[in-house]
Design a protein. Structure first.
Length: 158
């Protein structure tokens, strides 16, 4: 079996994408699939490059048993060559990722994250400027969507 390389992408890589990264990695580890997946997250901009994830998102995740231990970094063109599945948290991130290349073969591996949400499609809302409810909502979205993505990847449905 070949290793599947999965990346989650948001704007600054301090809230949504590191959360999805941590949740997905925990699910992979819990299923004893760690040898079969490489998981990463990035941002489409370098605003927070090198910084730890947002403390509110880390606390929300920790309250639900998920540890976020990540430093933000920006996505680059070479990431499209390196990763098999790239999941954008919103339409703007999706557009920014797609602007990195005109190679249609690489662009086939770029998806909207909530395309795989079993409840509803659309953007993952950015909780950065809101209150705790926004962080809880994003956790719920990421948890169910990551679970569905992992199930689909394991069934070779993506």
């Amino acid at each position: 079996m070949s290793v599947k390389r999965v990346m989650f992408v948001c704007l600054g890589n301090i809230c949504r994408s590191p959360l999805a990264h941590a949740i997905f990695q925990k699910m992979v580890d819990d299923r004893n699939l760690s040898d079969l997946y490489i998981v990463q997250s990035t941002g489409t901009c370098a605003y927070h490059a090198g910084e730890q994830s947002d403390s509110r998102m880390k606390a929300t995740a920790a309250d639900r048993g998920v540890d976020i231990n990540h430093r933000a970094r920006q996505i680059f063109r070479y990431d499209l060559d390196e990763f098999d599945y790239i999941f954008a948290m919103d339409k703007n991130n999706y557009k920014d990722i797609r602007s990195l290349t005109t190679n249609e073969d690489l662009l086939k591996h770029v998806y909207m994250f909530r395309q795989f949400d079993p409840v509803e499609c659309g953007d993952v809302p950015d909780p950065y400027y809101g209150g705790q409810k926004g962080f809880d909502t994003v956790f719920d979205i990421a948890d169910r969507t990551c679970r569905n993505i992992l199930d689909l990847l394991e069934e070779d449905q993506i």
